[in-house]
Design a protein around this ligand. Structure first.
Ligand code: AMP
Ligand code: MG
Length: 484
């Protein structure tokens, strides 16, 4: 069997999903197959890289052992509750075991309508397929927990959005596709047995160390809270803006999921948002921790009936957990940003905060500033040249160096810390736009070039230098679109 499937999700009660096969596309072609990932998943890359493999990952044939399903879930979208969302354009084939020992979902996105499609066509335009491929693999290379890209396929069909666009099918690999919205679904249906099954399934799959907890629902809430606090801190460390942190896009496993209108900061500005539909900046860069906390409160609400029979007591218990969110997030943020200034633990927090203040005042590019800070202990000038008004930066440098000396942190140590967390290249918004524009004309050279460059984002290489620069004013991306 090409895919060694073991389908635990399809063994759950029928209320968890709808059984549905993908709808074939007319003339599929590979855009990219992630051969190393196939190997990690125990799938022979040579066998997958074939006409059969293409038929499977375009949705034209169901592989042996797959049990295709569309999962049910709800979601709070921009604050408002939608009781029934579900996989409207995604179909889960099943799970395979990664060589790390834990299972991974293999899911097609853009594979045709499902009972959850509502008025949608169940398809993906090519742009979002290319974007998710590049950004999710880049996030992985940057060391951020994320779903992965196994394949991107050209479907040969047209999809109708604002314009007519070529279609694509994306194969996503995830630790699971369980979301906060999955818990909300069972809670809102009043199906507390289903909710209980879900909590046990999620604990077994993602938090085995918590399975025997005295209060499983509370244990799940705590586990998800810790991982989300860590995840959002790490997003912020690389200037990532998810763009649509609705509860249906928050994974219980703590992976980044659903790369719709995501973007990266150019100029540092905590209020920055790109998504066209995020009118009020609900999901702006600096608001991501607050929103993560808000989303966790929705998870807590959904889990209430399982936390205690007595509602006031259940509320007390989840509130105690939720109130600890700032104590989870702040140290994660402080650790992330301390490393960015070459310090360990939370020791660099104040330096990082002051530097961010200068970057905001002087409208500096987030990635480039930290990229040049990597080398500032041997040569300050490239860093200082970034500042239109360098005096405050000079003062910052001298205080920072003084503190490094005081802590007896060797230059080499601080430098290698910074080089391991301050990337040279990220998937810059304007580069992604170029990739997508070329892809629509069936030119995938820019796609492959950017994807290759992002495989080692922390390394300085001559080939990478062209991808380092921030956008020229004419290249700047001002808004991103879901494109769904
Ligand atoms: P998203 O904004 O991508 O997180 O999607 C929100 C919901 O809309 C999910 O239930 C999706 O399955 C559904 N959806 C998005 N695009 C489509 C589409 N083209 N066809 C059917 N359902 C869709
Ligand atoms: Mg989604």
């Amino acid at each position: 069997m090409l895919f060694p499937f073991q389908n635990t999700y399809a063994r759950l009660p029928e209320s968890f999903f709808a059984r549905i096969d993908p709808t074939p596309v007319s003339s599929p072609e590979w855009i990219w197959l992630n051969r190393p990932l196939a190997e990690e998943l125990g799938i022979d890359p040579d066998l997958l890289d074939s006409e059969d493999g293409l038929a499977f990952l375009s949705g034209n044939r169901v592989p042996d052992g797959a049990e295709p399903i569309a999962a049910a879930y709800s979601g709070h979208q921009f604050g408002g509750f939608s009781p029934v969302l579900g996989d409207g354009r995604a179909i889960l084939f099943g799970e395979v075991v990664h060589r790390d020992g834990s299972p991974r979902d293999i899911q097609l996105k853009g594979s045709g309508p499902t009972p959850f499609s509502r008025r949608g066509d169940g398809r993906s335009a090519l742009g979002p397929v290319l974007r998710e491929t590049i950004v999710s693999e880049a996030m992985h290379a940057l060391g951020i927990p994320t779903t992965r890209a196994l394949a991107a396929v050209w479907s040969g069909d047209k999809v109708y959005r604002e314009e007519v666009e070529p279609g694509g099918v994306f194969t996503r690999v995830a630790r699971s596709h369980l979301r906060i919205g999955t818990c909300e679904y069972f809670a809102s249906q009043g199906d507390f047995e289903g909710l209980q099954v879900l909590v046990h399934y999620a604990l077994n799959r993602h938090y085995p160390e918590r399975v025997d907890s005295e209060n499983p629902a509370l244990a799940l809430l705590e586990g998800v809270m810790e991982r989300q606090a860590n995840l959002v801190a790490r997003w912020m460390g690389i200037g990532f803006i998810h763009g649509v942190m609705n509860t249906d896009n928050v994974s219980l496993s703590g992976e980044t999921i659903d790369y719709g209108p995501c973007a990266f900061l150019d100029r540092y500005d905590p209020a920055k948002k790109f998504s066209f539909i995020d009118r009020n900046g609900r999901y702006a860069y600096g608001n991501q921790p607050n929103i993560a906390h808000w989303n966790l409160a929705r998870l807590a609400e959904a889990l209430l009936p399982l936390v205690a029979d007595d509602e006031p007591q259940a509320i007390r218990r989840v509130t105690e957990v939720l109130e600890r969110f700032p104590d989870c997030f702040r140290p994660e943020w402080a650790k992330t940003f301390s490393a960015k200034v070459g310090m360990s633990g939370e020791g660099g927090k104040e330096h990082a905060e002051r530097l961010l203040g200068l970057m905001e005042d002087q409208a500096l590019d987030f990635t480039l500033t930290f990229r040049h800070l990597r080398d500032a202990l041997s040569d300050e000038s490239p860093f200082l040249r970034l500042f239109p008004r360098p005096d405050p930066a000079r003062e910052w440098l001298s205080q920072w160096r003084g503190h490094l000396d005081q802590l007896a942190i060797p230059v080499e140590t601080a430098t290698s810390t910074m080089r391991s967390v301050n990337p040279v290249v990220i998937p810059r918004n304007h580069r992604l736009e170029e990739v997508i524009a070329a892809g629509k004309n069936r030119n995938f050279a820019p796609f492959h070039q950017l994807r290759e460059t992002l495989r080692s984002p922390y390394e300085e290489r001559p080939e990478a230098s062209a991808f380092e620069s921030p956008p020229l004013p004419s290249e700047e991306v001002r808004a991103t679109f879901c494109g769904t």
